[in-house]
Design a protein around this ligand. Sequence first.
Ligand code: BGC
Length: 438
Amino acid sequence: MATHPAPRFPDGFLWGVSTSAHQIEGAVQLREPSVWDVFTAGPGRVKDGSTAAVACDHYHRYREDVALLADLGVDAYRFSVSWPRVNSPGGLDFYDRLVDALRAAGVRPVPTLFHWDLPAGLDWLERDTASRFARYVSVVADRLGDRVDKWITLNEPAEHTLLGHALGAHAPGGELLFDALPVAHHQLLAHGLAVRALRASGATDVGIANSHGPTWPASDGPADREAADLYDVLLNRLFADPVLTGRYPDGIGELMPGDVPADLKIIAEPLDWYGVNYYAPARVGAPRGAETGFGGLTLPAELPFSVRGIEDRPRTDSGWPVVPEGLTELLTGFRDRYGDRLPPIVITENGCAYDGLDDQDRITYLDGHVRALHRALEAGVDVRGYFVWSLLDNFEWAEGYARRFGLVHVDFATLERTPKASYRWFRDLLRRQGRRTR
Ligand code: BGC
């Protein structure tokens, strides 16, 4: 546990917490199905056999959750808008109510327009899904844009491509390995089209939430370095380079479908800020001709790299290593790589899975990362905000309800919310940064 108060961040720094629609809303009968509803109905997809049919029932209990945000004292709340809900009668009314409640509580709404819950029947392998996304974004922006000024297009297209389409661990369950690359391109195109749609509706504060982490080669040997470079290209640069520089990393553009140079112009629409979700670095080496583990997953032997453990670190309940300085390394590395092309950064997710109400391990994790973030600021990286993942324990995708990321405990039998020690720790941190409970 930290003994010194966290350092002071600049005035105007945006403190927040994040959630996503599918993980908390429930009320599935009031909307069209998403690919996640279809996926979880299949046997053995989710570890505890659960679904998000009720989840935290946030759809009905959002007022209580907004009160928790106000009591916490955050500046902003990052949530996601469910595309299948917007497609359903009365669906947008829910986000109207949520946005109004947040504003009345003095909390700035920051919607993400896609956090993996694609309407069932749509497919990111199809180029047309990108244009459909842009049309949906226009509908949401026209409705909420008078009260929302900060927008996020996509959440983690990297994980959605890798887990959902390459490895089959997430919805829609594709196991296409490298044939999943068009899914990445179409999401990136959807991002660029969404930026244009948001701008057309008057938005002036637009970003993306991409997941990133340093890649550490398993050794200095050429085979390990080459494998780590490839991993870094696939997980980091494939999603950052086109958005920030208008180019794919060498060798990737040729693998993408469509008129790639024309698409890249759209993908590289200038952003007002760039969102980074950070959890942990990866140590990567040459393939070993056998399956390897990766964050609870099994990676097939035929991949051109293998993910090794970072053994000398504490681990969260998800088995992810706790490496706060990886955040400083990531951000200074981004500044060095992208230079003037990098807009201000916002950490759109950072957090960890631990059980228990007296979650000292989560406090240690978050405290370490807030300090690591401050070191990046001191090193001259322009970081403007930090959002904890997550406000509530929730439906943690293929892990079901077994992994608890919340500052607030949710009893999934009674749906009772109970703030954890980490909630109080974050509230104190916010007070020291000049924020007040509302
Ligand atoms: C996702 C969240 C998820 C969190 C923890 C991120 O990859 O955006 O939806 O719950 O990580 O796994």
